[in-house]
Design a protein around this ligand. Structure first.
Ligand SMILES: [Fe+2]
Length: 391
C-alpha cells in the first residue's frame, strides 16, 4: 500500500492518495449532488482519466454531464458557456477536473450558477465580491490532474477579460472547493515538459509567499516545506513520470503553494500574468523564466530570507546558494533562461510594465514595483542578463 495518503480538513476537506479518484461519486453525493457537471479542458476530455470518472459515476447511479470548452488561459466566454450548460441541463454541482484552467473555470461556473449579474460585476472594486448571492453558488469537488496551480485549494479563479486583454481575479471565500480529491496517480501521464512547467509554478507560489513581507508565520512554515518537497521531487517527477512517490510529493507541494500564497505573491506573478494575457504563454513556464530575475531584483531585502530557506533546503546557506539551485533546477528540467525564448521582445517591455504595475499580486513583492523599475527588470529578463536585474 502506498503510505502517502491521508484525510485532511485543512485548508478544506482533502482526500489525498493514489487511487482516491474511486471516491468521486461518494464525494459528490456527500455534497448533495445528484446530477454533477464535470468541467475539464478539451485535451483531457478525450483521455481515459475523464472518461473513466464519468463512467464510474454513471455506474454509481450518478448521471454526470461534461463541459470541456475550456482553453488554456481561459476567457469569460468559457465561463458563460459552461453556466449555460449547467442551467439548461439541470445540474446541481460541479466536478472541476484538470489543470489550473479547468479548475478555475469549474469554480467560476459554480459561482455563477445561480447569479443574476454578469461575471465582471464581481471583479474590480475591493468588495464587489460581496455582490455574489451565496445561495446561488453550486458545490464543487475539485480534482487536480497537474501539480502546480493549487487552484483546488484557492478561493479565486483567474479569467481573462478578452475585451481588455487582462487577467482578472474572480474571488469569493465560498469558491474554496468543499472537497478535493488529490490523486497523484492522475498525474502519472503528464508529459515531462508539463510536469516541469506546472512544477515550477508550484515553486514560484511557495517562494513568492516565503518572500512576501506580510506577517503570516503559518504560511511561512508551509512555504518552506513546500520548497523542500519540490527540491526533492520535481527533477524525479520530470525524469520518471511513473515515480508515484515523486508525483505524490509534487501534488502536495502544489496544494501547499496555493495555501501559502494567502500571504501574497510578488513580481514573478505580477509580470507573468500580463505576459500570459498578451502572448498566451504557459503560466508556470513564464514564472520559471522570471524567477531568478525577480530574486535578483529583490536581493537587497530578501538576503536573510533566502539564506534561511537555503539552510532548510540543505543548500549553501546564502542568497547565492539559493539562486544557484534555482538556476540549476531550471536547466535540469528544461526551463528557458530568457523571456526572449518565450517570444517577448523589446517592443513589449513598456506595455508589460504598465500592465504589471497594476497587478494586485505585485503589492506583496518585497520591493515596491514601479513602471521604471519594472521596465528595467523585464528588459533584463528579455535579454537574459541576471546582473542587470539587480535593484
Ligand atoms: Fe502561479
Amino acid at each position: 500500500m502506498n503510505a502517502l495518503q491521508g484525510n485532511w480538513n485543512y485548508p478544506t476537506a482533502v482526500r489525498f492518495g493514489a487511487g482516491r479518484i474511486s471516491e468521486l461519486a461518494e464525494a459528490c453525493r456527500a455534497l448533495g449532488m445528484s446530477r454533477p457537471l464535470l468541467v475539464t479542458d478539451r485535451g483531457l476530455a478525450g483521455l481515459p482519466i475523464v472518461q473513466e470518472a464519468i463512467t464510474a459515476n454513471q455506474g454509481a447511479d450518478l448521471p454526470t454531464g461534461l463541459f470541456s470548452d475550456v482553453q488554456g488561459n481561459p476567457v469569460g466566454q468559457n465561463v458563460d458557456d459552461g453556466v449555460a450548460v449547467f442551467r439548461n441541463d439541470g445540474h446541481d454541482g460541479v466536478i472541476a477536473m484538470g489543470g489550473g484552467s479547468a479548475l478555475d473555470v469549474g469554480k467560476a461556473i459554480a459561482l455563477m450558477a445561480g447569479q443574476t449579474r454578469p461575471l465582471w460585476d464581481f471583479e474590480g472594486g475591493a468588495d464587489w465580491w460581496t455582490r455574489v448571492d451565496p445561495d446561488g453558488m453550486a458545490p464543487v469537488v475539485a480534482v487536480p490532474t497537474t501539480s502546480g496551480t493549487g487552484s483546488e485549494v484557492g478561493r479565486a479563479s483567474v479569467i481573462i477579460d478578452a475585451s481588455r486583454h487582462t487577467k482578472k481575479i474572480i474571488f469569493h471565500p465560498g469558491m474554496l472547493p468543499a472537497t478535493v480529491i488529490a490523486d497523484p496517480a492522475l498525474t502519472v501521464g503528464l508529459p515531462p515538459h508539463l510536469t516541469a512547467w506546472t512544477g515550477i509554478d508550484a515553486l514560484s507560489h511557495n517562494l513568492e509567499a516565503w518572500c512576501s513581507p506580510l506577517f503570516h508565520p503559518m504560511a511561512d512554515g508551509i512555504a518552506l516545506e513546500g520548497m523542500q518537497l519540490i527540491r526533492r521531487a520535481l527533477p524525479r517527477a520530470v525524469t520518471d513520470g511513473a515515480d508515484l512517490t515523486a508525483r505524490s510529493e509534487m501534488m502536495i507541494a502544489s496544494t501547499m503553494g496555493a495555501t501559502a500564497f494567502q500571504k501574497g505573491l510578488g513580481g514573478m506573478h505580477a509580470i507573468a500574468h500580463p505576459i500570459g494575457a498578451t502572448l498566451n504563454t504557459h503560466h508556470g513556464r513564464t514564472n520559471g523564466v522570471l524567477m531568478p530575475y525577480v530574486l535578483m531584483f529583490n536581493r537587497s531585502v530578501i538576503e536573510d530570507r533566502l539564506t534561511d530557506a537555503a539552510r532548510y533546503l540543505n543548500l549553501t546557506p546564502s542568497f547565492d546558494g539559493f539562486l544557484s539551485w534555482v538556476l540549476e533546477l531550471r536547466e535540469q528540467i528544461g526551463i528557458p533562461h530568457a523571456l526572449s525564448d518565450l517570444g517577448v521582445g523589446e517592443e513589449h517591455i513598456e506595455i508589460l510594465a504598465r500592465l504589471a504595475v497594476v497587478e494586485p499580486c505585485g503589492a506583496t513583492n518585497p520591493k515596491t514595483l514601479s513602471i521604471p523599475n519594472l521596465e528595467r527588470l523585464i528588459a533584463a529578463a528579455v535579454a537574459g542578463d541576471l546582473e542587470a536585474a539587480a535593484g
